[in-house]
Ligand binder design. Structure first.
Ligand code: ZN
Length: 187
């Protein structure tokens, strides 16, 4: 797979002033949002796109709030958010909305994906290792509650795992419970 890489541009935002760079992998265009200078062991957040959570403020999941916390932390401490365009755990937006419709009928997030013929999580993180190598980063502090992300980066030395602490609400309570009890998230 050929990866096309953009130039680096400024991204002033309500969280602070960042640099931004795009990595195009086939039809997927990922983003790296980072603070300069990057230190030797930067804080890294790997965030998978969730349009409903990130943009619409959906309370069905914790993605939007996690992204806000990650950008805040990285603005304060340095590091990068790697924003991966794998919507809906990589089943795409249309399938994700169909999964939500099944959840409206009482299925949990895993059952809904399985009913639609997908695995519970279709995401992959190979591009992350490419991006970190491109930035010449071998060691990171990973901002995550998801231990699978640690396993999915075999060539990166993860010095520390920093949790993101989330408050639950009446809409995401079941989702967070499923993540913790059935998907091994450390919440
Ligand atoms: Zn989400």
């Amino acid at each position: 797979m050929i990866i096309n890489i953009s130039n680096i541009a400024n991204l002033p935002s309500r969280f602070g002033n960042f640099k931004i760079q795009a990595f195009q992998e086939g039809i997927k265009e990922h983003l790296v949002i980072f603070k300069e200078p990057l230190n030797d062991i930067p804080l890294v957040r790997i965030h998978s796109e969730c349009l409903t959570g990130d943009v619409l403020g959906s309370l069905k999941c914790d993605c939007g709030e996690q992204l806000v916390q990650a950008l805040d932390k990285i603005n304060a401490l340095g590091g990068m958010v790697i924003y991966l365009r794998q919507e809906g755990r990589n089943i795409g937006l249309l399938n994700k909305i169909n999964a939500y419709a099944l959840q409206d009928k009482g299925l949990n997030t895993i059952e809904a994906n399985l009913r639609l013929g997908f695995q519970e999580d279709e995401r992959s993180y190979e591009i992350v290792e490419f991006i970190l190598a491109y930035f010449n980063i071998q060691k990171i502090r990973l901002l995550t509650n998801n231990p699978n992300k640690i396993e999915s980066l075999p060539h990166i030395d993860i010095i520390e795992r920093w949790p993101i602490v989330m408050a639950s609400n009446k809409y995401n309570k079941e989702y967070l419970k499923t993540k913790k009890e059935l998907m091994g998230h450390l919440l």
